[in-house]
Design a protein around this ligand. Structure first.
Ligand code: NAP
Length: 265
């Protein structure tokens, strides 16, 4: 199944699930920037939520708000029993500590999975695992290569693959080119989260490899992945229409998990 088909089917199931709930699941997005990319991500989240019957409120604050002012708003939603999920859209203005704000979100409502005490995983890596499993792609015992070590993608991706018993290697900007080439040629599952157009282009790969392209690179108004399209491999996720959709789907699933946790306790 293509990612588009998979996501559409999963959304139908979520819709049926939400329809059966007496109290509607709801989440809040706090935005403290005028960033067009954030506007577009938020539009996507609001659209997805609407499609499955989840309520969402956007609380757009002035970028001049103080850190204390923002923390007060976060706390208001932390303590509102009608709110089951809370997202503070990044980036934040420079005078506000992202770490402090991320840690201020009630871990039970942290549907981004950023809080160290959150029982939910970050949406991009968990969405990727969900899809691999739905496609019956074996992870256990496979050689997995994760390119990139960010806190929201690379590191949690490596951890989730490890938890599924893959043999995981992480590479980063200080990895030697030869090492990267050797690892690419041997890997069964390759997750590329670098943020550079076609970072993986003509390097030799196994024909049986599965490539997950996380990158979103806008060049002259066109979106490109981190991997050159149409490599000769068993599966390669497209950009656009790939991991972005999986991430958005997982956010809805994280919200429902938070909802059940909150409503059942
Ligand atoms: P990030 O925080 O900038 O991290 C990029 C990582 O790539 C860093 O760990 C960096 O290594 C590594 N890197 C840079 N140059 C490299 C090189 N030459 N060789 C090997 N590794 C190299 O980015 P991110 O937040 O993880 O995002 C990565 C990409 O995924 C971006 O395009 C972003 O827009 C996209 N993204 C997409 C989704 C989605 O839903 N589709 C979600 C999140 C992110 P160092 O640590 O050594 O600097």
């Amino acid at each position: 199944m293509t990612i588009k088909e998979y996501v559409a089917k999963q959304k139908q199931l979520l819709c049926i699930e939400v329809e059966g709930l007496q109290v509607k699941p709801s989440f809040v997005i706090i935005q403290v920037n005028d960033d067009p990319a954030s506007d577009s991500y938020i539009r996507g989240k609001i659209k997805d939520a609407g499609e499955v019957g989840i309520e969402v409120k956007l609380d757009k604050l002035s970028p001049t708000i103080s850190e204390e002012g923002l923390l007060k708003v976060v706390n208001k939603y932390n303590n509102d029993p009608k709110v089951h999920g809370l997202i503070v859209q990044m980036p934040l203005p420079k005078h506000i500590s992202e770490d402090r704000v991320k840690l201020s979100v009630n871990p039970k409502k942290d549907i981004d999975g950023f809080h160290p005490l959150s029982h939910l995983n970050p949406c991009t890596p968990q969405g990727i695992i969900d899809y691999l499993e739905s496609e019956n792609i074996a992870i256990e015992g496979k050689s997995a290569l994760v390119i990139g070590r960010s806190n929201i993608v690379g590191k949690p991706m490596a951890k989730l693959l490890l938890n599924k018993n893959a043999t995981v290697t992480i590479v980063h900007s200080r990895t030697k080119k030869d090492d990267l080439l050797n690892l690419l040629a041997r890997a069964d599952i390759i997750v590329v989260a670098v943020g550079k157009k076609w970072f993986v282009s003509e390097e030799p790969l196994k024909e049986s490899a599965v490539i997950i392209d996380v990158g979103i690179n806008r060049v002259d108004g066109v979106l490109y992945g981190d991997v050159k399209p149409e490599r000769n491999v068993a599966l390669q996720t497209p950009v656009p229409g790939g991991v972005g959709l999986l991430t958005r789907l997982r956010l809805l699933k994280n919200l429902l998990e938070a909802y059940y946790e909150i409503c059942n306790n």
